[in-house]
Design a binder for this molecule. Structure first.
Ligand code: FES
Length: 149
C-alpha cells in the first residue's frame, strides 16, 4: 500500500524544527506508543506562563518526527493555556494531513506536550486535575490494541 505524505510532512521530517534537549527545562514529558514502540520526549522552558522554548527528541517514525516538529512550532511563544488546548487534529491539519494509518503518530505529539505540561504544573506545586485525568485516560486508551479513531 503506497502512502502519500504531504510536502509539509516531508519537509518537517527531513528538516525537523526544535530538535534537542533543554537542560534546565521547567517541564519534561516522555510518552511512548506500546504498539509500535516509538518514544517521544518533550522539554519546555516556561517564563511568566509563556512557552519560551521547546525542544523534542523523537525515536520514531517519519510521521512522529514531522508531528513533533509541527507541534513544537505551534506552541512556541504561546501561553501555556494555548498549548494545553493543542490537539493532534490541529497538528495534522497544519501538516496538510497524514495518511489515516499514521494519525495515531500525531497523538504522541499531543500527549508528549501534555505530559511535559503536567510535569511543569507538578514542579510548580499546582494540581491540574483536569490535565492529570486526561493523561490517565489517554494512557488507558493507549493500552488498547488499536488507537485509531
Ligand atoms: Fe509509531 Fe508512528 S508508527 S509513532
Amino acid at each position: 500500500m503506497a502512502m502519500e505524505y504531504s510536502d509539509k510532512v516531508m519537509e518537517h521530517f527531513a528538516h525537523p524544527h526544535n530538535v534537542g534537549v533543554i537542560e534546565d527545562a521547567d517541564g519534561v514529558g516522555e510518552v511512548g506508543n506500546a504498539k509500535c514502540g516509538d518514544i517521544m520526549k518533550m522539554y519546555l522552558k516556561i517564563r511568566d506562563g509563556v512557552i519560551e522554548d521547546v525542544k523534542f527528541q523523537t525515536f520514531g517514525c517519519a510521521s512522529a518526527i514531522a508531528t513533533s516538529s509541527m507541534a513544537t512550532d505551534l506552541i512556541k511563544g504561546k501561553p501555556v493555556e494555548d498549548a494545553l488546548k493543542l490537539t493532534n487534529q490541529a497538528v495534522v491539519e497544519a501538516l496538510d494531513g497524514l495518511p489515516a494509518v499514521k494519525v495515531h503518530c500525531s497523538v504522541l505529539a499531543e500527549q508528549a506536550i501534555k505530559a511535559a505540561l503536567a510535569d511543569y504544573y507538578k514542579r510548580q506545586g499546582i494540581e491540574n486535575e483536569e490535565l492529570n485525568a486526561r493523561l490517565a485516560q489517554e494512557a488507558d486508551h493507549d493500552h488498547g490494541v488499536d488507537e485509531e479513531e
